[in-house]
Design a protein around this ligand. Structure first.
Ligand code: MFK
Length: 545
């Protein structure tokens, strides 16, 4: 009797050749030598404990216990022991700490991005609390009163699992997740403690991710006898969540957990804030501007999660193709299936190249070594990287399921989870359309898109080893066409610019990926083959060769 062999558990570091090449390109040899054992350890864990925790955390989703047996409101959220193991693993491997390790200078964000990239896809979306934890760290370091900063940052960046804490991000209200300016939560002044201005918060937060975190950043409208409407009335607050065992949370009620399409292990809740105490961060009325640093970090994390999910999907599909036979041959030996897998791998490499470029720019910006043009380029690249890679993550997850045939559609193979978990990536942290419009605003405010396109144009004019004349011509034509479309939209006015923003943003994302693959090809012939595949698959129309 025939039984199909399931896919194996590929080591996601050892088997990732494009990553090895990019690491050689991006990190100085001595730093790479120092950090490589961490990458190898996470790669091994993707074949072992991470994989097991991922399965267990998904199988034991969070449970909300509103009352104790005697009727007291306790609002406990119980998560799987595996979720806790993922927290400890994150601390031990410095998944947040590395991004703040000053010793690494401008390389800190690339070094960290690779850790996260290796971890994320096998983490049951523990990448979500990590994204928010990283973002909170950035905001507290940049804006928080000294006492609050000193109290929390050490925990957020701890490598010791006993000291490591995580942060939530409570931004979305019933009024919507994109148009944050309509938020209704009110902040009433309560007291001053040292250098901290404390308020009590009153309102409903409709989506709060990783709700079991020890702290959260949130927005509220200060009411000191009246409130200011719109985003100019919103201020940023830090809630330190005091949970007394068996006695609920101070001033926070959990209305219910969200029943989501995917990310089943992540505790996402609807909360009523009923007088919870919070500390003001930054100037009153600057809440939306003050969360922007946070959004840039979480959006980069989102792109990393996309790259990681894509890579895992490709690795599983390729592994399966070595085990599954049909029409008298292993799938891996069937030319059309081989082409499909190679195209997927080329796209995975392109996405990773884009993610590491954004991480490199963020690292340079934070270390103070970025030029003014690089800072502006980063401002446009982050939303473009987020929106482009998220769309690719959904497409590749879908393709990977198809590579498994019917088994890809059956829950207990674990494959459907790839697609469900990918689908959140274009939605949270700014949808494709919201981010495309963000690029327009970044251009209007600081010429961010111009800086990005100038860089692309300069890259397209270079010559590259291992890149065919035809591919280079396509890239050059792509940049010219992009500039032409932008000019045409501008000439037709604001509505046309908005209507065309998504197409422009995605085209810019794909072109950036392709030009980064060209750069990689300079050092490595096989990257030239990946570029050729990516150009044929993504940049040329269906009737072009
Ligand atoms: C694996 C990864 C996991 C990630 C897990 C995350 C789970 C958490 C789930 C969530 O929290 S999902 C909710 C996420 N929500 C969003 O991402 C919000 C999406 N909406 C936007 O981004 C809108 O564009 C925005 C709310 C910012 C629009 O609001 P406004 O009030 O119309 O903003 P406006 O006027 O454009 O900008 C206000 C200020 O912020 C300006 O500064 P100034 O006042 O100094 O001029 C802007 O320049 C600044 N700003 C806005 N966006 C910025 C920015 N600055 C830098 N970077 C940005 N991205």
């Amino acid at each position: 009797m025939f039984f199909q062999e399931p896919p194996g558990r590929p080591d996601l570091y050892a088997s990732d050749e494009p990553l090895h090449a990019l690491l050689r390109q991006r990190l100085p040899p001595e730093l790479l030598q120092e950090i490589r054992p961490q990458y190898e350890a996470i790669g091994r864990a993707t074949t072992g404990e991470l994989w097991d925790w991922m399965i267990r955390a998904e199988a034991e989703p969070p449970v909300h216990v509103p009352y104790d047996p005697w009727g007291r409101r306790v609002d406990e959220i119980r998560t799987s022991p595996a979720w806790e193991e993922l927290r400890k693993f994150s601390a031990r491997h410095g998944l947040i700490a590395t991004g703040y390790d000053e010793r690494l200078g401008e390389h800190r964000r690339v070094a960290q991005a690779v850790l996260l990239y290796l971890f994320s896809g096998t983490s049951a979306t523990y990448s979500c609390p990590l994204a928010m934890t990283d973002a909170a760290t950035r905001v507290l370091l940049d804006l928080a009163p000294g006492d609050l900063r000193d109290r929390l940052v050490a925990g957020l960046t701890a490598r010791d699992p006993d000291k490591f804490i995580t942060s939530g991000q409570w931004m979305t209200e019933r009024t919507g997740g994109s148009d944050v300016g309509n938020s209704e939560t009110i902040a009433r002044p309560s007291r001053v403690v040292g250098d901290e201005r404390r308020y009590t918060l009153h309102g409903v937060k409709w989506f709060t991710s990783a709700t079991t975190s020890e702290m959260a950043l949130t927005l509220a409208r200060i009411d000191d006898g009246g409130t200011t409407p719109g985003s100019r009335g919103l201020s940023l607050f830090c809630v330190e969540i005091a949970r007394e065992p068996g006695r609920g949370w101070n001033g926070i009620q959990v209305n219910r957990l969200k029943d989501k399409l995917g990310t089943k292990a992540v505790p996402t809740a609807e909360l009523t804030l009923d007088g919870v105490e919070a500390t003001l961060i930054g100037e009153p009325g600057r809440g939306v501007a003050n969360i922007s640093g946070m959004l840039n970090v979480t959006r980069l994390h989102n792109a990393i999660a996309s790259a990681s999910g894509i890579r895992r999907a490709c690795a599983l599909a390729r592994d399966y193709a070595t085990r599954r036979s049909a029409f008298g041959a292993r799938l891996i030996d069937l030319p059309l299936h081989q082409t499909t897998l190679d195209d997927m791998d080329a796209e995975a490499a392109a996405v990773l190249a884009l993610v590491l470029e954004a991480a490199a720019l963020l690292g340079r910006s934070e270390a103070g070594t970025a030029t003014e043009a690089e800072r502006r380029r980063l401002r446009a690249l982050i939303p473009i990287a987020k929106l482009t890679t998220a769309k690719q993550a959904v497409a590749i997850a879908s393709e990977a399921l198809e590579c498994f045939g019917g088994a890809g559609y059956v829950e207990d193979t674990g494959m459907p989870r790839l697609l469900r978990d990918a689908q959140v990536l274009p939605i949270w942290e700014g949808t494709t359309n919201v981010l495309s419009l963000d690029v327009l605003r970044a251009e209007a405010r600081e010429g961010a898109f111009t800086a990005l396109v100038q860089d692309l144009a300069a890259r397209a004019e270079r010559s590259y080893a291992n890149v065919s004349a035809g591919d280079l011509a396509t890239l050059r034509a792509g940049v010219r066409s992009l500039i032409g479309q932008v000019k045409a939209n501008m000439a037709r006015g604001e509505a046309a610019m908005q209507a065309g923003a998504r197409k422009i943003a995605l085209a810019t994302g794909y072109l950036t990926e392709a030009l980064l693959l060209a750069e990689a090809a300079d050092a490595e012939p096989v990257a030239g083959e990946r570029l050729a595949r990516f150009v044929a698959h993504r940049l040329r129309g269906p009737f072009e060769g």
